[in-house]
Design a protein around this ligand. Sequence first.
Ligand code: GDP
Length: 214
Amino acid sequence: MSFLRQTSFLTTVADLRQLPADCDREVAFAGRSNAGKSSAINTLVGHTRLAFVSKTPGRTQHLNFFAVGDGRCCLVDLPGYGYAKAPEVVRNTFAALIGPYLQRRRQLAGLILIMDSRHPLTPLDRQLLDWFSPTGRPLHVLLSKADKLTRQAQAKTLREVRAALADLSPESSVQLFSSLKKTGVEAASEVIGRWLGVAEVEKREPPVKGMTGG
Ligand code: GDP
């Protein structure tokens, strides 16, 4: 069974001074609102509703922590950005919470950036990368909702995003992902397991040609 299946809600944090002390290693998830971040986390942990706690009132602009296994490793759901109705809230959250967390959190092993495969690399995604890339830590992009693209369009998007990332963030990789079809789950779990220092033992899906790269 995938190590990510033993994931549970740990805590919600609105201030960087409240970050939990127990996590030795963390993998953070970022993305524009509606990119499919909650669905991707839920799919990876095999739990239909876990990451939706991050969407409950009062928590949407917080960092939400999920403990993996014995709790020494955590997944961190960062606030979704780009919510059109409240640009100043988004700016504040970026400046006060997301940016400093990405730049200074010692335990952060890597960042999973979820981008809708139909609208990758929006200006706010690029801003996030401006913050994160100088840290030299690894980045892995999930091009979400890949089921909405034809095979040809999937291959084209993968190629284009990979080329753009080579300039924006040298320590990066990219893959297609679909929570609906459960494609790309094994490849993403393998990356997270590597970053957290946990071996991904289960092999659920046969490798899909052209799904990964970078
Ligand atoms: P978040 O705001 O980034 O957490 O996004 P959600 O996970 O809540 O997803 C936003 C919308 O996209 C919802 O209506 C989801 O049902 C839909 N969605 C998420 N993942 C997929 C996917 O893999 N395929 C399709 N077709 N829709 C998806």
